[in-house]
Design a protein around this ligand. Sequence first.
Ligand code: BG6
Length: 586
Amino acid sequence: MCGIFGVINDQTNEAAQTVLSGLKKLEYRGYDSWGIALKATDSNDIKIDKHIGKIGSAATSLPRGSIAIGHTRWATHGGVTDANAHPHLDCSHHIAVIHNGIVENYQELQSKLKTQKHVFVSETDTEIIAHLIEEESKTKPFFKATLHTFKKLVGSNAIAVLNGKTGEVVVCRNGSPLVIGVAKNAIYIASDATAFLDKTNTAYFMEDDEVIDIKKNDDVSLYSISTEKEKKLVVRKIDWKAEAAEKAGYAHFMLKEVNEQAKTIPNALTHKDKTIAQVAQRIKVGYKPILIGCGSASYCGLAAQYLFAQAGVEAINFGAYEFEPFSPLVSEKSLVFAISQSGETADTILAVKQAKKNGAKIVAIINAQGSTLERLADYCLPVGAGPEIAVVSTKAFTAQLGIFFALTGELSKINPAPFIHDFPLWLKNKKTSETILNLAKQLLKTEHIYLIGKHINYPSALEFALKLKETSYMHAESFASGELKHGVISLIQPGTPCIALTAHDAVQKEVISSAIELKSRGAYIIGVGPENNKAFDCFIETPDNGASFSIFYNVAVGQLLGYYLGIGRGADPDKPRNLAKSVTVK
Ligand code: BG6
């Protein structure tokens, strides 16, 4: 996915600088290249500044002006080059386009444009949009030309288009997110509201099939793309503060967000919400939970499957990308839990749309506000972790899990008070971070690491491994500890590091015996849990607040270990290579 940002009627007359700072807040959405298009104040020209690479502390040489749009790219069509960086221009250079999504029919559109003598300078699908609008503008006003062009695009897309002659900006949405920020005199456009929260918290979250026409004089009009009829634009207040989307003194967003779990996990666990009771009631009367998510969200779904089973409820978890073959299992008696930090992941949205077609009720377990999933759902359970900027999910994952603790009645069986007391103290304890940092230093050169866990600590191990892969690019693989003897143990050589995730539970001894099996093959055993053991070569202690809460401790160890390993191996935990915060294309 990519990041879109724009400002119309910038009061500082420094629109390019404003866009650059907005793009910096969106870099987690893609950081292969970036670019800005500015409406020149003294001509019909559009000034362009674009570069490959992360924005980081880059500056722009663009002149002053009050209207600009910008883009930070996660490359899909066309390599990472200056020419492929957005914005893209038409032949006349009076139209600039930035785009998030994939134009699935761009080849055929491009062939037709070439017969109309349009000249292309990039390998991207996006560039055809600028030339299509140029072609359409020969017979229609700019707004209609943009609208009709967008109708021709197949796929999940969001675009912002700047008219260099008039300063008019038109934005269209069908699949990829777009939010409009309404300030006293200026208008902002962004892929994510956190990018303009320092300017305004009054926003309109665009829906699919919507287009907004923003004229120089702050005249903002909303239309349906398909019917072309005007719609009432109703703004809402975002209850996130701008500083929530800042690093607040931490070196990286990831470290800040790991530490915020001292508050966000207890908040999620003690979240009183009538919707939870309504959803629980649906399950009581026989609706069958189906859990859907991607990445960390899918591991949250797997952990929830264990929690539901413990509560005597048959639930089934799918990676959203693998849901289709199983969609016939979904009926009007299904309760589909769509788990998603962003609420914009295309695979998850596609699965939800299929489930809705089968008559299922949808429960969105999401963190971001105003998302597509929020609008598709019958019930929305916001996890309330605040903006999660780092690409690597941490506090959103554990907050989503906290909601399932409440939903499955796990909390009614166990008293969360000791955990809510101990977890923040353990997380903030210097001894915790120092022990994990020392382990990271030991593992810095490691290329392969294996993890084992059992029951709820099997999804813990999967999420733990994902943190290591995402942040440090280390090959980390997790297994249910019982899986070892069925083939996996052949991978173990003398010195192979293996992490055993334990809890003070009924299977603690089995996990330790699996660790001993590994040790007998020469593995270096790293034990994580409330009790040390002579089988462990290294031990990371976590408080014992009961078996269920061990997943929070064990995953937090993985988050911190991944963070320190990533730093030590020269990666950027906030923006790992090849990844994006939420993949809004399928
Ligand atoms: C990936 C992110 O792109 O999408 C993961 O890198 C995330 O961190 C996954 O878990 C799913 O995203 P979301 O927003 O649907 O939870």
